[in-house]
Design a protein around this ligand. Structure first.
Ligand code: NI
Length: 173
């Protein structure tokens, strides 16, 4: 396993819809291992393949201390949301590709997702709470969508302003 470089807002790979995985082979298993290691190293709870520059429909999640259901670490390949609750939840969200930024995002409270696991076996995941939020956030990445796209235009503008400022300071220091 190896830690891969996390792509940051502005990298075009984050905006490209990821390709469906035709076969879950050794390369995908290795990618999943690297993604988990990269995510743990960055203290994240979810990571999508485009965030490490691989435009494939693969994501990993490990809620760590927030894992109330004891789901542990897992990968989803070619995930599809097949059902989403009508009621929504508003909670703060961040992203390893937009480090340091956080904002409240409204999402369906629960979702049902169909996918393949890291060995290519089909699975159905019914998620609510933090797990639902993490899964939806990572599936968004596979469609080239970032959490800032789900903010009001004003909130998005303010966040991007803060972001450019923090980036400029980082370059200067
Ligand atoms: Ni993210």
């Amino acid at each position: 396993m190896a830690i891969r470089e996390i792509r940051i807002l502005g990298d075009s790979v984050l905006r490209r819809p990821a390709e469906e995985v035709a076969e879950v082979d050794g390369d995908i298993e290795a990618l999943v291992g690297d993604m988990l290691e990269t995510m743990y190293h960055a203290s994240g709870i979810g990571l999508a393949a485009p965030q490490v520059g691989i435009s494939k429909q693969v994501l990993v999640i490990d809620l760590g201390e927030g894992d109330e259901d004891g789901v542990g670490a897992f990968a989803l390949v070619n995930p599809r949301v097949v059902e989403a609750a009508r009621n929504t939840a508003r909670e703060p969200e961040g992203c390893l590709s937009i480090p340091g930024m956080e904002e409240v995002v409204e999402r369906p409270e629960s979702v049902t997702v169909e996918a393949l696991d890291h060995q290519g076996q089909p699975l159905v995941l019914k998620a609510s709470g933090l797990l639902s939020r993490a899964v939806q956030h990572e599936i968004d990445h596979l469609n080239g969508i970032l959490f800032i796209d789900r903010l009001s235009p004003l909130k998005r503008r303010l966040l991007l302003k803060k972001w450019s400022k923090s980036r400029a300071e980082e370059v200067a220091s």
